[in-house]
Design a protein around this ligand. Structure first.
Ligand code: NI
Length: 245
């Protein structure tokens, strides 16, 4: 069930049987010449919604904006500062726990969110510990590509050219879900360089078309379908741990 398509009465009834919710979280940032700006938010939302159809748990609204500072030298990128994203996560968790949710699972689509969201969880737990709040609050961050079995599947579908940004896997997932928005663009070089970076300008200097280590042209909608299904099933398994109210 999608939280935004439910009434407060339905949520109240649901909380009597389950106190778990999935919150998709992504980013709006450049994803190379082929990848959509919304890729990370879309992937998290597509997988969470599919998992919500397969399993009996709530899926909340997607937090589409994330911490994307390193992509700000490319037009269209919209980034929250780490401090802003932490405040957003803290307010979302406070609202959900105020409603009675006790297992809040953020399904993440963007590696750049991990450090900030983890730190936000630390702030929340520190505050609760200092208040001596005895009630358990389980905060979980899972990136879809780190769900059980997914790294293995990625290695199988993409023996080379997966890379770490504007990857063919994330692009394939959006191609399957949004066929009208598929872009066919010649890539030069076919596989982008990989390595480190500091800030947004350094990122653009090192990775001029925005890709990092990826051959985005390996993306195929049918692989996107397979990855969506596998990740959704893995998320259903994860949510089974939190099924009891
Ligand atoms: Ni991405």
């Amino acid at each position: 069930m999608l939280l935004v398509e439910a009434t407060w009465k339905e949520i109240e009834s649901h909380l009597a049987t389950s106190r778990a919710i999935v919150m998709p979280i992504g980013s709006v940032e450049q994803h190379g010449p082929m990848g959509l700006l919304g890729t990370d938010a879309m992937c998290a939302e597509i997988i969470a919604r599919r998992a919500g159809e397969l399993g009996d748990f709530l899926v909340g609204p997607t937090l589409s904006l994330g911490m994307a500072q390193s992509h700000l030298a490319f037009p269209g990128t919209i980034s929250l500062k780490p401090s802003t994203l932490m405040a957003v996560v803290q307010d979302v968790v406070a609202s959900l726990s105020n409603s009675g949710f006790r297992h809040i699972v953020f399904l993440n689509g963007h590696g750049g969110n991990i450090a900030t969201v983890t730190t936000a969880f630390g702030e929340i737990h520190a505050h609760r510990s200092l208040q001596q709040d005895p009630e358990n609050l389980n905060l979980v961050l899972k990136s879809w590509f780190d769900l059980p079995g997914i790294r293995k599947l990625l290695a199988e579908i993409y023996p080379s050219g997966h890379g770490s940004h504007a990857t063919p896997s994330e692009i394939a997932i959006t191609q399957h879900a949004f066929p009208h928005a598929v872009k066919q663009v010649a890539l030069d070089p076919q596989t982008a360089p990989d390595g480190g970076f500091s800030d947004a300008h350094d990122f653009r200097r090192r990775y001029p078309d925005g890709r990092k280590g990826a051959n985005s042209s390996l993306a195929k909608p049918e692989d996107g379908a397979r990855l969506t299904e596998a990740a959704a099933q893995a998320l259903v398994q994860e949510m089974a741990k939190y099924a009891k109210a």
